[in-house]
Unconditional design. Structure first.
Length: 450
């Protein structure tokens, strides 16, 4: 445990100021428990008040998006951009369009993004943004009109060397295209101000697959560190979006048996494992289908369980890839009872604090998303590099770079985890990831002064 009085002083300061922001405080608490001892042991960090400065966003931009839909009706949405820490490079992080978006969620995501980006070794700071606009069920024209109105406000705060947003939930290639087009028209610049662009206008191969593929490359590294392989492992995946489906695809290619996919309405179970062709079909259909999993069932692949989660299914490895706090204490206990020995996060903070404690106390391998799902932002960093050079690298070259980055992130986490391991020699990847990222950010902050 950290020095209690020091930990309490910092956390109480934050929780008093932001008592209603539960997601943000959850993310901060998880990190503070690991980094406060490192902070206390370093006089330069303490003198510069690094922890308090790192926990607070450098800038939070709030704006209202007033726009006219295709029927001529005025609509009003809220929007934010959290520029959390730019000490290691331009702010970098996605945009999320979802009715649940609020400042607490975006601050937690931006805070996590700083640590994730630091682990990649690429020159990127951390940020996040989005709006409570819900694109589900909207026409393409309405989505375009909203994106254009959103960018008319956001464009004054971003730039290729300032802040480079990407996509996130409900912000895919279509939305990025509309956003980029409006930025280009307003600024008369063709520059790498967004990542996740189409291949025709500065996008990168492998970007769509990167988060899911990167998760599996990290899983392979964990397996190798434990003298085993992914081949033959039974894998439970939650989610049915971009990350989950590409993780499932790559896991199957590596010889694993993927037995579940899920969404907010239930999960699809396939005891013999989904085929690669099943997943390829779902990847093509998931953005247009109202429920791609029940559609898969109707094609003869798996059995649908309504209003259920996949965490009670027997497995060797669990990959939560849906959303924050989707996996709770009772789910963690169910996984352990059914033989799960590894949990790696594909989403941001999908495991609750109590679930994390269950995994760590039991001694199984648990890897936080800031390490295991960093493949997406790593490839975004490579897209930034290509944009700066006005070049486009081949898919196999980028896939090899992605594998190399994920292995290097694993090595950084493992080194710190071993350094802080107790008498039981448990490899705590969460502690390793938090400390490794913190050292990089803190050293940069000290070097640049107050």
């Amino acid at each position: 445990m950290p020095n209690e009085s020091n930990f309490d002083e910092i956390y109480d300061f934050l929780s008093t100021k932001f008592e209603s922001e539960k997601e943000y405080l959850q993310a901060v608490r998880e990190v503070l428990e690991d980094i406060v001892p490192i902070y206390n042991a370093n006089e330069a960090y303490k003198q510069a008040d690094i922890v308090r400065r790192l926990c607070l966003p450098e800038r939070v931009i709030y704006f209202t998006v007033s726009w006219v839909n295709s029927e001529g009706t005025v609509e009003v949405n809220q929007a934010w951009r959290v520029q959390h820490n730019g000490v290691m490079g331009p702010y970098k992080g996605g945009l999320r369009f979802h009715p649940t978006v609020n400042l607490s969620v975006l601050k937690f995501l931006a805070f996590e993004q700083c640590f994730k980006n630091a682990l990649t070794g690429l020159p990127m700071g951390g940020g996040k943004g989005g709006s409570d606009f819900n694109p589900k069920g909207r026409s393409d024209r309405d989505i375009m009109l909203f994106c254009q109105a959103f960018m008319r406000e956001l464009q004054r705060h971003i730039g290729a060397n300032t802040d480079i947003p990407a996509g996130d939930i409900n912000v895919g290639a279509r939305e990025i295209g509309y956003l980029y087009g409006e930025y280009r028209r307003l600024n008369n610049k063709f520059e790498g101000v967004l990542t996740g662009k189409g291949l025709e206008f500065g996008g990168s191969y492998v970007r769509t697959e990167a988060t899911g593929f990167g998760l599996i490359y990290f899983t392979e590294a964990v397996c190798d560190a434990n003298d085993t392989t992914l081949e033959g492992k039974r894998v439970v995946v939650s989610g049915a979006g971009n990350v989950a489906l590409h993780a499932a695809k790559k896991a199957i290619q590596k010889g694993a048996t993927v037995v579940t996919l899920s969404n907010s309405r239930g999960f699809l179970f396939c005891d013999e494992g989904f085929s690669e062709s099943d997943i390829a079909w779902a990847i093509d259909a998931h953005t247009t289908s109202s429920n791609v999993l029940t559609d898969l069932e109707s094609k003869g692949s798996g059995v649908w369980f309504s209003d259920k989660t996949p965490w009670h299914v027997k497995c060797d490895i669990a990959l939560p890839c849906a959303t924050q706090n989707e996996l709770h204490e009772k789910d963690a206990k169910a996984l352990l009872e059914n033989g799960c020995s590894m949990v790696l996060e594909g989403a941001n903070m999908p495991c609750s604090n109590n679930a994390q404690e269950v995994f760590i106390d039991s001694g199984i391998t648990y890897v936080p998303g800031k390490a295991s799902n960093a493949g997406g932002v790593a490839l975004s960093g490579l897209e930034m590099s290509q944009n700066a050079q006005f070049s486009q690298h081949e898919a196999d070259v980028l896939d090899n770079e992605l594998q190399s980055i994920m292995k290097s992130i694993h090595a950084r986490c493992l080194e710190e985890a071993k350094r802080s391991a107790g008498k039981d020699n448990y490899i705590n990847y969460m502690k390793g990831a938090n400390i490794a990222a913190f050292r990089r950010i803190a050293d940069a902050m000290v070097a640049q002064g107050v």
